[in-house]
Ligand binder design. Structure first.
Ligand SMILES: Cc1ncc(COP(=O)(O)O)c(C=O)c1O
Length: 443
């Protein structure tokens, strides 16, 4: 095992290793300034103590090797397992050329919402290409993936309707549900028996209102997938409509880049597919695709995150179109194979080093590294040892189960993975050593 280049130590305040953002979420008081100060003090203390691993910025392209600046503007270079560019399309020459041509043809700005002349023929081509890819008939674009998730729920759901979500569904879907109705129900993660229980309870007392069921193709913090056929069958049985968020798996996995829907033989069979372009398709943006023209028209008119906001810029739409063409080509297949083998190497190497890596493979590998204090120390040790990666801590993941959320790219090599594994193992060991000598630092 490689020793860390610098011996770990922690001379900061115990408060920086304790607590979570949730402790500060609902402060009392009549004044926004004074009630936001405790969170701010906590963040600034963590920055001073070098254990605030958020607010890092890229100082290079988001490749397998990259440079970042941390929140204190200190620069680090190393192997990058923290960017969302799974097939490296954001720097692919064809994607870059398409974006430049769109800027030359249309300027840099969409200059309107999609319904008020903000679309161009590139966006229309993109809508048709997404429909074709998913065997849908109608696609609605959104300027962000978050807006697509929030919009598909809030555009369709009315106060007497019900939304039933996998407990770990993304914030855009959870917040869309809570903004739309009081009838928000959650089922245990991936548990279709629990989903059946929730649906039958709802339908036992309410057959008059609509029910929307929401899950994800590949869960972003757990890297696991539901049994989509069973979920869709349950929706039909209980007169509910299914929405599947394919932000992380579409393009990066599955036959022809069709993600979990393709892997599970469900292309063209899901009621509503919602996704983001920001993980594999080299741009901000999102979409909702369906076989129902009436659903699409309703969303276009009532989803405020597309109606009352400017459309994707022409260069974004062009970058996504070019990315989708690559995703569907033999080159896309080769890139997915490389990504899949990086993912296999990650699981093998990390397990060999005694680390717990979650999920079924694919572009995300969350690795458990201990409680919140351990997670913060591990994540702060990695950059100076040549590894750039992000920390997921409670409440995004369970309490006392902080995770380094590794995100892979097709261009990572097995050598990169081997170095990642030894460095991560050493960081976990050093963090544990530090914490042994600091009793009382952990809540
Ligand atoms: C599952 C899931 N859905 C939706 C989104 C939102 O997409 P975007 O970041 O492109 O707005 C994300 C991104 O964090 C996500 O992980």
């Amino acid at each position: 095992m490689t020793a860390m280049t610098k011996k770990a130590s922690f001379d900061g305040s115990p408060k920086s290793l304790a607590g979570s953002g949730r402790d500060f979420r609902s402060p009392p008081g009549s004044d926004f300034h004074s009630r936001t100060t405790p969170l701010s003090d906590w963040i600034e203390a963590r920055k001073r103590d070098g254990v605030w691993s958020y607010g890092r910025s890229l100082a290079s392209r988001p490749g397998a090797k990259a440079s970042i600046k941390d929140a204190n503007m200190k620069e680090f270079s190393g192997l990058n397992f923290g960017s969302q560019d799974y097939l490296n399309l954001s720097t692919h020459p064809e994607v870059v050329d398409a974006a430049i041509k769109a800027i030359q043809d249309y300027g840099v700005h969409s200059s309107g919402s999609g319904i008020l002349m903000g679309n161009t023929d590139i966006s229309i081509k993109l809508e048709n290409a997404i429909s074709d890819h998913l065997q849908a008939t109608d696609t609605q674009l959104f300027p962000t993936g978050w807006g697509a998730g929030f919009g598909v729920v809030s555009g369709l759901v009315r106060p007497d309707d019900h939304v039933v979500l996998d407990v770990f569904a993304h914030s855009c879907l959870q917040e869309g549900a809570m903004a739309s109705t009081k009838n928000v129900h959650r089922f245990r993660h991936l548990d279709n028996d629990d989903l059946r229980r929730v649906l039958s309870t709802i339908r036992a007392s309410d057959t008059a209102n609509a029910v929307m069921v929401i899950t994800e193709g590949l869960f972003s913090m757990h890297a696991d997938a539901p049994d989509l056929r069973t979920v869709q069958d349950l929706c039909h049985e209980f007169d509910a409509t299914l929405v599947v968020d394919v932000a992380h798996d579409l393009g990066s996995t599955g036959p022809g880049g069709t993600g979990q829907i393709g892997i599970q033989g469900m292309v063209g069979k899901i009621d509503i597919v919602m996704g983001s372009f920001s993980k594999t398709f080299a741009s901000n943006g999102g979409f909702v695709a369906t076989k129902s023209r009436s659903l699409r028209n309703f969303i276009q008119v009532f989803a405020s995150t597309t109606l009352f906001t400017n459309a994707l810029s022409p260069s974004q739409a062009a970058a996504i179109c070019a990315s989708l063409s690559i995703v569907r080509s033999p080159e896309g297949e080769r890139l997915r194979q490389s990504l899949a083998s990086v993912s296999n190497h990650i699981h093998e190497h990390l397990k060999r080093h005694g680390l717990t890596v979650h999920g079924i493979g694919g572009p995300i590998a969350p690795v458990s590294v201990g409680n919140e204090a351990a997670g913060r120390l591990v994540c702060s040790l990695l950059p100076s040892n040549g590894i750039l990666a992000n920390l997921a801590e409670y409440p995004v993941v369970p309490k006392n189960d902080s995770r380094i959320r590794l995100q892979m790219m097709a261009s990572h090599t097995e050598d990169d993975v081997s170095r990642l594994a030894t460095t991560l193992r050493s960081a976990v060991d050093e963090a544990n050593e530090v914490l042994q000598f600091r009793p009382g630092t952990v809540v």
